[in-house]
Write a protein that binds this ligand. Structure first.
Ligand code: GLA
Length: 689
């Protein structure tokens, strides 16, 4: 459990004072001062109460080395403050001015092929560059010193979407330092990396390089450690700027914007350092599955903050412009996306960006105020959202309230990284894909879940899903066992518990550390034919209570040659080389159970297994029970408020206790709530205003 710090309390106070925070990135440096005045008036019309300023303003603040041009920013902050709009002030450090890279080419990142990236886009810096870091600290120190006590500034925003990867010489130097700290001796590193293989043994740390382009496959532990280092190195940069802001006397909460399940930063290892978890979310309107993937990300963000409310820092109000083909969001979809985030614990709903850029690479990315101006459906939708959020704030039922989850989904970055290194039985097994498929079973039932890590405390959970944990550490195996013994149902997916923390394959019948827990063990993982393999069985022997229909279930992608060692065999392969081999098992452990899926099963099997685990432990969804909800219906309980979101194109009738108040309209419900296509209801037993 993380501590409530003064800065975290300051965020809660800001929300209590202003209501749900609503706004977006504001880039006034792209416009004349006359436009700023129009902006502020329209922000007030839309109920905007927070804007992020200065994310890409370094070249304006420091046009030549060492110069400081703060006058324009003074004016902008005063203007916003005068209009009652709070500011999340950004260090401009995500995008250095061109002169930095030109004068100091060593600040520029080098890619895997040795190509040095040049100015002219953004993010052209190496997190390992000393010169970059000195300049970033200097401009941030002066910014924070000047504005720490400015009444408009209520938050700080460090950098933007950290994700810079450098393979250059400075990165090599820092990587070696990181490895020395991790391993102490070169012998320990050689052992951990298994360098006896392919004559890779190092005599000294100085011989080690980042995984640049190599003739053939890279040592997988070197690759894993470089990913860990890269994430840690960006955290070093974040901390340096956060401390700079604090040292300048700023007391406001400090954050940076995450990017969901971003592959280059282990956000779990960052979470303690962030006062308010903030995330950028860009669901693709073209994908019917996007609400599910987004819900999973939102549950991750809430979990990273130990259940505290989080900020949706960026989203698109209509279309993005960075996909090859960009479908717009309707205003109704944009509203639903915002309310989905509130349902899943956000107390801030912000956009990229306030005014659509007329120039530059993002000129076609939508914004709250589009090229067409205020006389547009997009802007009218924004105004409506501002009103909706204020209504929810005034209801007193939503802000700061929490979500109780009895289900945990295990997701660990190191395991993700190591599990997706090339040269494995199949490249078709994707951690993210499997995690999303499993999570979908919870989403479909309106069941709340926390997304936990390999070292998380599992005490409060009745069901723990482990869709794909390639690395399983002894502590994680123990925690899973303890959870099962006290009555939880653990469900483990294929190719889990394969490797140790150094990505070395554990020796013995697999999954070595989970073998006792699962009551089953295997030898040899192998890819499966393209045609789905039928599974058969479904009736538990020995007094078990599982009664599944045996038809229609299939498996594919990867199989493990399993042998039951005490577990009940629920499904076996119906033909082929694997005929008769267990595919799905369940082991009674203490008061609980441990299920094992030794292959990638069809959704029909996932539904049965996860449905049974929920039913056996009495975990209910937001609407009671654990049955699947109608297609496209998302139901979430936040505190004692139920959010119903209809993502489908058809109206859905939902039986509900009559007399609930819709916090968005003030209307009382009948015994059936008719939720129109695309619509949202936020229902409460009480209404405070
Ligand atoms: C990210 C960035 C923004 C902008 C948007 C566009 O979230 O942080 O600066 O580029 O993407 O979608």
């Amino acid at each position: 459990m993380s501590l409530t710090t003064p800065a975290r309390r300051a965020f809660e106070e800001l929300v209590a004072e202003r209501g749900i925070l609503f706004g977006g990135d504001y880039n006034p440096e792209q416009w004349d001062p006359a436009v700023w005045r129009e902006d502020v008036a329209l922000m007030q019309q839309a109920g905007v109460n927070l804007v992020t300023v200065g994310v890409f303003s370094w070249a304006m603040l420091e046009p030549t080395p060492g110069a400081r041009e703060f006058g324009w920013l003074d004016e902008v902050l005063d203007l916003l403050h005068g209009a009652g709009i709070a500011v999340d002030l950004a260090t401009p450090t995500a995008s250095p001015p061109p002169w930095l890279g030109i004068r100091h080419p060593e600040t520029l990142p080098v890619d895997r092929d040795g190509v040095r990236l040049i100015p002219g886009s953004r993010n052209q810096f190496s997190p390992s560059s000393r010169v970059y870091r000195e300049h970033a600290v200097a401009i941030s120190r002066d910014l924070a010193t000047r504005y720490a006590a400015h009444p408009a500034v209520r938050m700080w925003h460090v950098g933007n979407e950290y994700g810079q990867i450098d393979h250059g010489d400075e990165a090599a130097r820092e990587f070696r330092g990181w490895l020395r700290a991790r391993y102490g001796t070169i012998d320990a590193l050689n052992t951990a990396w298994g360098t006896a293989f392919w004559s890779q043994r190092y005599a000294d740390f100085d011989e080690i390089l980042p995984p640049r382009r190599m003739p053939y496959l890279v040592n997988p532990t070197q690759s894993l450690d470089f990913r860990r280092f890269t994430s840690d190195q960006m955290l070093v940069c974040y901390r340096e700027l956060r401390d700079t802001i604090r040292d300048a006397g700023a007391l406001q909460p400090i954050t940076t914007n995450f990017m969901g399940f971003f592959a280059h930063v282990d956000y779990r290892s960052w979470a303690e350092d962030i006062d308010v978890i903030a995330d950028d979310q860009y669901p693709d309107p073209a994908s019917a599955e996007s609400p599910i993937a987004t819900a999973l990300i939102q549950d991750l963000m809430r979990s990273l903050g130990d259940g505290r409310s989080w900020m949706l820092m960026e989203q698109a109000v209509s279309a993005t412009s960075w996909r090859p083909h960009n479908l717009p969001k309707t205003p109704q979809r944009a509203r639903r996306d915002s309310l989905q985030a509130v349902a899943r614990g956000a107390d801030a709903i912000c956009y990229f960006q306030w005014r659509q850029a007329r120039a530059g690479a993002e000129r076609f990315h939508s914004a709250m105020l589009p090229h067409a101006g205020a006389d547009s459906d997009v802007f009218r939708g924004v105004v409506r959202q501002g009103e909706d959020l204020q209504r929810l704030s005034r209801s007193g039922r939503v802000l700061g309230s929490r979500i109780d989850a009895r289900v945990a989904v295990l997701f660990d970055w190191s395991s993700w990284w190591a599990g997706e290194e090339p040269a494995r039985p199949t490249e078709r097994l994707s951690t993210m894909e499997q995690t999303t498929r499993w999570y979908r079973q919870l989403w479909r039932r309106g069941v709340a879940a926390d997304i936990v890590g390999a070292a998380s405390d599992l005490d409060g959970y009745d069901v723990v899903l482990v869709p794909h944990a390639y690395i399983v550490r002894p502590e994680t195996a123990d925690a899973l066992r303890r959870a099962a013994e006290r009555g939880a149902h653990i469900v483990v997916g294929p190719f889990s518990g394969v490797a140790d923390d150094n990505a070395q394959v554990l020796q013995g019948r697999s999954p070595v550390l989970l073998r006792d827990l699962l009551g089953v063990s295997g030898e040899e993982w192998s890819g499966m034919p393209d045609e789905p393999t039928p599974l058969t069985g479904g009736l538990l022997t020995g007094g078990g209570d599982v009664r599944w229909s045996a038809s229609g279930h299939t498996a594919g992608i990867l199989a493990e040659r399993l042998r039951a060692e005490g577990a009940d065999v629920l499904l076996t392969y119906a033909h082929g080389d694997l005929f008769g081999i267990p595919a799905v098992t369940r082991n009674r452990v203490g008061d609980g159970a441990a299920w094992y899926l030794g292959t990638v099963v069809s959704d029909s099997v996932l539904s049965l297994v996860i449905g049974d685990a929920l039913a056996a432990t009495g975990v209910d969804g937001a609407l009671g029970g654990s049955a699947e909800l109608p297609d496209g219906l998302e139901a979430v309980c936040r505190g004692d408020v139920v959010f119903l979101l209809n993502h489908s194109a058809a109206s859905i009738d939902i039986p509900m206790p009559p007399g609930l108040v819709d916090l968005l309209t003030g209307e009382k419900t009948e015994s059936v709530v008719a939720l129109r296509a695309g619509d949202v209801r936020v229902l409460s037993e009480r209404h405070d205003s």
